[in-house]
Design a protein around this ligand. Structure first.
Ligand code: GLA
Length: 382
């Protein structure tokens, strides 16, 4: 589906996919959930750090309706799978049906289902497509069954679907951003306390450009797991449960293995940068936010070691364009997307430079969107 289609058009595409795969039948219940782009605060959610992020006008839609007893059908990207159980079986339906399993674990009764999926958000690109899919699917099922939840519960279901059902060791960032981003489009999230503060995007003259390098990112993979483990080892060695309790000086002064020290220096510096980035948004300091985004990339590259030469080249290509204020990799890393903050006057040149730096990967503008809870008061109560 071309980037730029509206949530309503994406929901219509999910319904159409379902009809193509399973024929006409009862009108399905649908839901659309946005992706997210981290502005500053990457690889800190599992260390109890602070993140500044926005929800996107690109997202994923699910359309669901009841199926006959003993039958699940899932259709997505032209592939259709039919099976008897929602629990993972090792095929593409595992991700789509994971929220069904997570909802059942919470005691919500879910019937057998047929589901169609459509997306404007690229998959595996570091823009939280998994969390958007979990939320869209859970919400469509809640609509179908006439059930509602608090936003916290919905984010927990989406997280549990990824962590407990699919075994992906992700932190809480993506699900909270997808669900809880306020109408202003920007969310400051404290991943230790769970507190979330709304912010307005104050710059009509600035845009965020994303370039999908085409190399899939690595949230389920070994390297993400290792970064998380090294970071947690460091926090435990220093006797703290959140990186917010540490300073750079304390990390430098501690007796730590060199790799663990680098990981802690990243999470401590990055979480503090996210707090500064929120201040930059609050005081309309556009250049300050750009500098913090570039500093975030340098830390992810040099200290957390989750960037790649292609991501570095795309970020550097953006930064060289007049009008670009900063650029960084986004999401888990080891592939995925680079985002750049640029004045609108430099946006076209920035898109071109980023795309050329990764053999023509698509570059597009990201616009802030409210999170799912703001879009769906019938499903999310309170
Ligand atoms: C992935 C994970 C998140 C977070 C980011 C990195 O998107 O799902 O929990 O750790 O990577 O900030």
């Amino acid at each position: 589906m071309p980037i730029g289609d509206t949530p309503a058009a994406t929901e219509a595409a999910a319904r159409a996919a379902l009809v193509r795969a399973a024929g006409r039948g009862a009108t399905p219940a649908t839901a659309w959930a946005p992706g997210r782009a981290t502005l500053v605060g990457e690889h800190v959610d599992y260390a109890g750090g602070v993140v500044l992020c926005m929800a996107l006008d690109l997202g994923i839609a699910a359309a669901v309706r009841r199926a006959g007893a003993g039958r699940f059908l899932v259709t997505s990207g032209g592939v259709t799978v039919e099976r008897e159980r929602a629990e993972p079986e090792g095929d593409m339906a595992d991700r789509v049906l994971a929220p069904v399993v997570a909802l059942r674990h919470r005691g919500v009764e879910i019937p057998f289902l047929e589901a169609g999926i459509a997306a404007t958000l690229p998959a595996g690109a570091g823009l939280a497509s998994s969390a958007a899919l979990m939320v869209a699917m859970a919400a469509a099922v809640l609509r179908l069954t006439g059930t509602s939840m608090t936003s916290r519960e919905l984010a927990e279901v989406a997280l549990s679907a990824e962590r407990d059902v699919l075994g992906i060791p992700c932190g809480p960032l993506d699900q909270r951003a997808v669900v809880d981003t306020p109408s202003g489009g920007v969310l400051l999230l404290d991943c230790h306390t769970g507190a979330a503060a709304p912010l307005e995007w104050p710059w009509p003259e600035a845009v965020v450009i994303a370039c999908d390098t085409g190399a899939a990112h690595d949230v389920g993979g070994e390297e993400y797991r290792r970064r998380r483990h090294e970071t947690e080892r460091g926090l435990a060695a220093l006797g703290v449960s959140t990186c917010q309790e540490l300073t750079i000086a304390a990390v430098n002064g501690a007796d730590l293995d060199a790799t663990v020290r680098r990981r802690l220096l990243h999470v401590v510096g990055e979480s503090a940068r996210a707090v500064d980035a929120a201040k930059a948004v609050g005081s309309s300091d556009l250049e300050g936010l750009g500098r913090l985004m570039s500093a975030s990339h340098a830390s992810l590259r040099d200290l957390h070691e989750v960037s790649t030469p292609t991501l570095d080249a795309v970020a550097a290509a953006a930064e060289a364009v007049p009008g670009c204020l900063g650029a960084r990799m986004v999401g888990a890393g080891f592939g995925g997307t680079v985002v750049a903050l640029t004045l609108r006057s430099g946006a076209a040149a920035c898109r071109q430079a980023m795309s050329e730096a990764c053999a023509g990967g698509p570059a597009f503008e990201l616009r802030p969107s409210p999170g799912f809870a703001r879009l769906a008061p019938d499903v999310v109560r309170g």
